[in-house]
Design a protein around this ligand. Structure first.
Ligand code: GTP
Ligand code: MG
Length: 330
């Protein structure tokens, strides 16, 4: 161990950080900063509502950063982070191939498509898969599920867990569930999730659906800018959590059946525009005339080429399609 490492302070709770007494700690918690990790990725301005001045805020953030193994400012550190990226299997080899090995940690993957296209089913499957060991494509971690449409089903998790030979009780226990009643509530839940993520070794954060509340609450053109701003901030929080905890972040977004028409119209609020982020992979899901078969199209990724492939939704969950099924023969 080097001298530098020996002298490095490790702060376990936010109270341990220099200049944070019980009252300030409480104010920070009220703002959603429960952990040293969260403070490490905070901005000076975000701490102002806790009555913390610029100088002190910068000291706190610096101390929080220095106590983490990963820092979030220098480019060489960024490279180091990149090397820590892990991948989570979807359950379909075809889909995993499309994503170059599965869903990445430290990034947001958005599944969008019309109703019944399989967005929520994929989210359920990922909640189970994340609990698998790495050699089976998992991350040995738990899942956090923020459900805005009340479509999460424990029974479905049990079904999928059994198929993978996992103990269903255990699998269900490792999923932390929260129903969001409004967009503000949804924002609040995520803002306050850092401690839960840390304590439960959460490696997958799901927001299903990301956009439904925003869409129904922010109606009309004049609300659009406000909506986008809120959504952006929400996504920003999500990416920071995904980075600091090396977790996979998944969001769903319902769009109408004709995405081309929809994407051509930049103001119409019915659709699912969310401002593209640099760490953001978008997968478009489509139903087919062949019952359980779905088409997944990788629409945009920071570095992967576009492409598409098929998978199916069965009793077992998300699965590959047998070769003879692909060609239409059965
Ligand atoms: P919205 O939330 O309405 O936008 O749709 P979604 O994209 O989330 O659709 P979801 O993931 O809920 O997919 C629903 C489809 O999955 C159903 O139409 C079924 O085809 C399939 N599905 C869901 N549960 C089961 C199940 O237990 N068994 C089987 N075989 N298929 C299922
Ligand atoms: Mg759904």
């Amino acid at each position: 161990m080097s001298e530098e490492e020996k002298s490095k302070k490790v702060y376990k709770t936010i109270e341990d950080l220099p200049g944070i007494g019980p009252a300030t700690a409480q104010k920070l918690r009220n703002l959603g900063f429960h952990t040293v990790e969260a403070l490490a990725t905070a901005t000076i301005r975000e701490l102002a509502p806790a009555g913390i001045g610029e100088k002190k805020a910068s000291e706190i953030i610096f101390a929080a950063r220095s106590s983490l193994t990963l820092s979030f400012i220098r480019a060489d550190e960024l490279l180091k982070m990149r090397q820590n990226v892990l991948r989570l299997t979807t359950g379909s080899k075809a889909l995993d191939r499309l994503l170059d090995g599965g869903l990445e940690t430290q990034a947001i993957t958005e599944f969008y498509g019309e109703y019944g296209s399989g967005k929520s089913q994929l989210c359920h499957q990922l909640c189970v898969n994340v609990q698998l060991p790495p050699e089976r494509g998992g991350l040995d971690g738990g899942a956090l599920y923020i459900d805005t449409e009340n479509t999460f089903r424990t029974e479905r998790i049990v079904q999928m867990a059994k198929h993978l030979g996992l103990d269903p009780q255990e699998v269900v226990r490792n999923i932390i569930y929260a129903e969001a009643y409004t967009s503000d509530h949804q924002i609040f839940l995520l803002e306050n999730s850092d401690e839960i993520i840390k304590e439960n070794n959460i490696k997958l954060i799901v927001i299903d659906s990301l956009t439904a509340h925003f869409r129904s609450e922010y109606l009309g053109r004049e609300m659009l800018a406000a909506r986008q701003q809120k959504l952006n901030k929400h996504l920003h929080k999500l990416i920071r959590l995904a980075r600091v905890f090396n977790a996979v972040a998944v969001v769903t977004n319902q769009v109408m059946a004709k995405p081309d028409v929809f994407f051509g119209d930049s103001v119409h609020p019915v659709g699912g525009h969310i401002v593209a982020h640099t760490s953001h992979t978008r997968v478009y899901l489509r139903k087919t005339s062949r019952g359980p078969v779905r088409i997944a199209r990788l629409v945009s990724s920071p570095y992967l080429p576009e492409g598409e492939d098929v998978f199916k939704i069965t009793e077992n969950g998300i699965e590959d399609i047998a070769e003879d099924e692909k060609t239409g023969r059965r």
